[in-house]
Design a protein around this ligand. Structure first.
Ligand code: AMP
Ligand code: MG
Length: 274
């Protein structure tokens, strides 16, 4: 079996506690890949492996896999989900998009709604945004005092530890796009009637806070990158690089989990169906 997907995943995984300078990371990096054609073939292969491994994950019914996607607006969270999970059985998937909290959610601790969305045994959970918004938008927009959000990194680490101790494997993916690429994608959303619904004027307010977001992401990547729930930093400007990279990360993780088909609790040799 080729190891290319594993090498790609290893390369993109951030070392726990290491500081990343996002302005030094090229969002258009092609990661030394030979080209788009080959990357698309690699994606197809990874998608097939992910599909087969997911069937075993469901059958084994012991562990869950949680894939967290974080990115700025138009960062590619939806497109990546579509490309990477196109082969999986939707019955075994739980996809959650986290929006601004409702009044009821705000009456609880910030992890209350998050815990509720954690995938069950045998499931793959895919999160479009997550509890990391509580140290990103919440920090940048000063929705709570610093004394409150700054305690959350530790709370997040303890929460994620609790999940992994209880059979939930966690991958966290930050899709890194450039300001120019975001502008391109937002312009396209406005120009294309079918895509207009994805745009919100608030996206421009957040775009103006670019540097604050980069600083908040750098802290989240450093302070919440752990051995048990690592962050992956994926260049996001080129869809074919991004999709291949994320498919390699998910495939590698599922292979490591190595789900096993359960042995039947009955003896197949004595069963007769007339
Ligand atoms: P979208 O992903 O484009 O549908 O937008 C969802 C919006 O919800 C984004 O603007 C997020 O910043 C916002 N959001 C998600 N989680 C939170 C949170 N915990 N607190 C405040 N805003 C949030
Ligand atoms: Mg949006």
């Amino acid at each position: 079996m080729s190891n290319a997907h594993r090498e790609l995943a290893d390369r993109l995984r951030l070392k726990p506690g290491k500081r990343v300078h996002l302005h030094e990371v090229d969002p258009a990096d092609t990661l030394g890949l030979p080209g788009k054609e080959q990357a698309l073939r690699g994606l197809e292969k990874n998608v097939q492996h992910i599909a087969a491994l997911q069937e075993r994950l469901v059958a084994e019914h012991r562990h869950a896999l949680l894939v967290v996607f974080q990115a700025l607006d138009a960062g590619g969270k939806d497109g990546t989900t579509r490309a990477v999970f196109s082969g999986v059985n939707p019955q075994g998937c739980r996809i959650t998009s986290f929006k601004a909290p409702t009044p009821v959610e705000l009456d609880h601790d910030f992890l209350w709604r998050i815990h509720h969305a954690v995938p069950g045994r045998g499931e793959i959970g895919i999160w479009n945004r997550s509890h990391y918004e509580d140290v990103l938008v919440v920090r940048v927009d000063k929705l709570v005092p610093k004394a409150v959000w700054s305690r959350r990194y530790k709370q997040i680490n303890l929460f994620e530890r609790h999940l992994t101790d209880n059979g939930v494997e966690i991958l966290k993916v930050y899709l890194h796009i450039s300001r120019e690429e975001q502008a391109e994608r937002l312009r396209e959303r406005i120009a294309t009637p079918e895509k207009r619904w994805k745009f919100s004027p608030d996206d421009l307010r957040k775009r103006a806070q670019w540097d604050d977001y980069m600083a908040a992401y750098e802290d989240a990547l450093r302070r919440c990158g752990t051995g048990h729930a690592p962050w992956y930093l994926v260049p996001g400007d080129r869809n074919w690089v991004r999709n291949l990279a994320v498919s390699a990360i998910v495939r590698t993780k599922l292979e490591e989990m190595d789900p096993q088909l359960p042995a039947p609790k009955w003896d197949p040799s004595v069963i007769v169906i007339d």
